[in-house]
Ligand binder design. Structure first.
Ligand SMILES: [Zn+2]
Length: 277
């Protein structure tokens, strides 16, 4: 856990961040205005990003859904984790359609159109892998809401066209993401129907119960936004070193995620200085 700060201290800190942003300051190097803050700073709903990495337009097993969008910047751990997972799925199912990646964050973070979160480089939207109704892998036609049977009608198509959730590949994606310790997946937002199809499949193929429990823990239909019946929204938790550099957002920090060690103040001088604050 991080050391609790007073509301005033938090306010001062954010005033510094805002002031630096207004001046166009680069957060990459600590400045007198925002000393020590870098990386995913603040929360997903009120944050900024420094030293982010941009997802390439395409790579092994993935493509950007919006190739020209400026909002493909993220925390380096997030970019590394997603590109790795896409590659794992491609190797397991060669010749199948790639993972289509939706929005991440703006280069310096902050609000982007269509999202309340996605502000600090810790959120990414992933379109589901889909097949034809008979099971052939196809390129995702876009955001298609899927029903409890895994089928969905493609919006705006000239004639009724249906796609089906590719349960096998989506499960491998989920499994790979949550098994990457350094990625620290906090949430995998998706509808209850999609979660049920994936968990049912995982149990049927005899996946380790510990893994299935983790998946069922992080998969969640959000209560305060769209049900996510047409894509995954992955959110990663702050790492201990990122928390020290300003990453915030609270829990939940699942039992398998490492937390920073509580601060120790061994020097008598430090304790005395704290007591006088
Ligand atoms: Zn999202």
């Amino acid at each position: 856990m991080t050391r609790p700060r007073s509301p005033r201290a938090r306010l001062t800190r954010w005033a510094l961040v805002a002031a630096s942003a207004a001046l166009g300051g680069c957060f990459g190097t600590p400045t007198p205005l925002a000393p020590g803050l870098s990386g995913s700073v603040g929360t997903p709903q009120a944050g900024v990003l420094t030293d982010g990495v941009e997802l390439p337009v395409r790579g092994p097993g993935f493509r950007r859904y919006r190739p020209k969008s400026p909002n493909y910047w993220g925390n380096p751990r997030l970019i590394a984790g997603i590109t790795h997972a896409a590659q794992v799925v491609e190797r397991a199912y060669p010749g199948t359609a790639p993972l289509y990646v939706g929005d991440l964050s703006a280069r310096r973070g902050g609000k982007i159109p269509g999202h309340r979160s996605h502000q600090s480089g810790r959120d990414i939207d992933l379109l589901f892998y889909v097949t034809t109704p008979s099971g052939a892998s196809i390129h995702s036609p876009g955001f298609v809401p899927l029903d409890s049977d895994g089928l969905g009608q493609v919006p705006g198509a000239d004639e009724p066209t249906y796609v089906r959730l590719d349960v096998e590949r989506n499960w491998l994606l989920v499994k790979t993401l949550i098994e990457l310790d350094e990625l620290r997946v906090q949430w995998l937002f998706a509808s209850r129907d999609v979660e049920a199809l994936l968990i049912e499949y995982a149990l049927a193929r005899g996946e380790p119960l510990q893994l299935v429990w983790r998946a069922a823990t992080v998969l969640l239909q959000p209560g305060d936004s769209s049900p996510h019946a047409d894509h995954f929204h992955v959110r990663i938790a702050c790492s201990p070193s990122e928390m020290v550099a300003g990453c915030e957002g609270g829990g939940p920090y699942w039992p398998w995620l490492e937390l920073p060690a509580p601060p120790t103040f061994s020097a008598p001088g430090e304790l005395a200085a704290l007591a006088e604050r």
